[in-house]
Design a protein around this ligand. Structure first.
Ligand SMILES: *Cc1c(COP(=O)(O)O)cnc(C)c1O
Length: 498
């Protein structure tokens, strides 16, 4: 450990001798739920019957399988190397009707009752039904604002029912918090309750995943390991895991090289792998879909637009909506749109080929850096979600996404470039008439705009190569003198009046 200043040493040694040991306090739930739904007679023998891992293929193709794993198993892939999915015991959940679930979820919004003040854990029975409340690691993530984009919609798109789900206004500034609270809670249970010899959690991420991982691990006193490609990361992307005390390795390779190394390391050392094929994260992310329905008083929007890179999130939204339909909370689901950057658009090309042939691409640099992925892990999940929601895939060039971001900002938002990708998809679908003027549409904003301030600075100072930056609003340099200031103000007011 690094050495703190002498002042800190004295402060800490004093408090340590005087204070009782730190303990996580839990407040007991006061609602009448549970009774937990009774376990059913499934093949699982290790007691974990309400939710388990099954091969994703058994969900998407409904081919029967007996392969399943307890959520307490440390397993990332199915026997044949495919994706896994968390399967809930729907029969047990169906013992309660839609009205029951709506009232239960509504009764928990905004409460401090542990852990239901979290937007994720207020849906605990649908997420990780069997984890003990005291094992949960939560920052009361979720419950994010559903912003009525009134001016953007009315002025620029002739729409009056346009909404932005602000998933990035969150604990670490991105929707990754929704998934990480679930993953880290499960790891916490494995370590503390089940005494598994896990020394920590690791990931190879340059941005939002490592920020969320290190924060939740720090809150639970679990070591986190972040593998980063050396000199390919800005200080802004680095500072969150550093501040949260992660063990940050700067490795002389690219992102794919880091990913390969962390996989090799985690197969040798008992470090839990928090990468994006991990299906636990999607269980938390799907609650954003449920929350949207809840915020509309259980009315279903016509469209939901999600920016996609590794393509887990688009499936998570589908899964959340679908569960609400299957359990009788709503009677339909929205049409989903996945929006990709043209510089990293393998799903878009696949869609355009009529789902004919999938080809990974070599992703080029994009301002939407979190979706700069050419060979998405969750491609099968995304295709399943889109086919079953009458979905659409759109794309955005660098200029389009930056202009869309600037346009949204000029109406009072402060969105990230990924949200700019989703907004571009909206603009295109609105122009072509596919999305009608009165259709209720939700654009999912995935990160806080402040995390991407540098791209906005580059845009507004017109420093981006081959981009006209048509909406740039650079500051004016003025002498510190009354006449000069009055001159530029009068000029400005005249130009606005004419
Ligand atoms: C991770 C991330 C995405 C992409 O989500 P996928 O599940 O990989 O498609 C989009 N935007 C932001 C800001 C992200 O951090």
């Amino acid at each position: 450990m690094a050495v703190a200043s002498p002042l800190f040493n004295t402060l800490f040694s004093k408090t340590n001798t005087q204070s009782p040991p730190l303990r996580r306090t839990t407040i007991k739930c006061t609602t009448t739920y549970p009774p937990s739904p009774p376990p059913t007679t499934t093949i699982n023998t290790n007691g974990n019957t309400l939710a388990k891992y099954v091969p994703f293929i058994s969900i998407s193709s409904s081919s029967p399988t007996t392969e399943s794993y307890s959520l307490d198993d440390i397993v990332y892939r199915s026997r044949d190397g495919g994706l896994l999915d968390v399967q809930h015991d729907m029969a047990a959940l169906k013992k309660f009707d839609g009205q029951y679930w709506k009232s239960l979820f509504d009764s928990r919004v905004g409460k401090t009752t542990w852990p239901y003040g979290s937007g994720v854990w207020s849906k605990k029975e649908w997420v990780l039904p069997e984890i003990d409340d005291e094992d949960i690691v939560s920052a009361f993530e979720g419950n994010s604002n559903l912003f009525w984009a009134e001016r953007f919609g009315k002025v620029h798109l002739e729409m009056n029912d346009l909404w932005v789900k602000q998933c990035g206004i969150s604990h670490t500034g991105s929707f990754k918090d929704l998934g990480m609270t679930v993953l880290v809670s499960q790891v916490n249970r494995l370590r503390k309750k089940l005494k598994r010899p896990l020394v920590g959690v690791g990931c190879a991420s340059t941005g939002d995943t490592s920020a969320a991982l290190s924060s939740y691990c720090a809150a639970a006193d679990i070591p986190s390991f972040v593998f980063l490609p050396a000199n390919k990361i800005s200080m802004a992307q680095l500072v969150q895991p550093i501040a949260n005390g992660a063990f940050v390795l700067s490795i002389d390779t690219d992102f794919d090289g880091c990913m390969k190394l962390i996989r090799e390391v985690t197969s040798e050392l008992p470090i839990y792998l928090a990468n994006s094929l991990n299906s636990l994260r999607l269980e938390g992310q799907k609650t954003a879909a449920i929350e949207i329905l809840q915020q509309f008083n259980w009315e279903v929007p016509d469209w939901v637009i999600v920016p996609g890179g590794n393509l887990g999130n688009i499936y998570a939204f589908y899964k959340g909506f679908k569960m609400c339909q299957e359990l009788g909370l709503v009677d339909k689901i929205p049409r989903l749109v996945c929006a990709q950057a043209t510089n990293a658009n393998p799903l878009y090309l696949y869609y355009k080929s009529g789902w004919n042939e999938f080809q990974p691409v070599k992703a080029k640099t994009t301002f939407a850096s979190a979706i700069q992925i050419g060979d998405p892990v969750s491609i099968d999940r995304a295709v399943f979600a889109l086919k079953n929601s009458n979905g659409i895939v759109e794309e955005a060039t660098e200029e389009e996404l930056m202009d869309a971001m600037a346009l949204a900002d000029s109406t009072g938002m402060f969105v990230c470039p990924h949200t700019g990708v989703a907004l571009t998809a909206l603009i295109k679908l609105r122009k072509s008439g596919i999305i009608g003027p009165n259709e209720r549409t939700v654009v999912v904003s995935t990160a806080h705009g402040l995390k991407f301030a540098q791209s906005k600075i580059d845009y507004h100072s017109r420093k981006i190569q081959d981009m006209s930056c048509g909406l740039a609003n650079p500051p004016l340099q003025v002498k510190a003198n009354f006449g000069a200031v009055m001159d530029v103000l009068m000029n400005y007011l005249d130009s606005r009046a004419s």
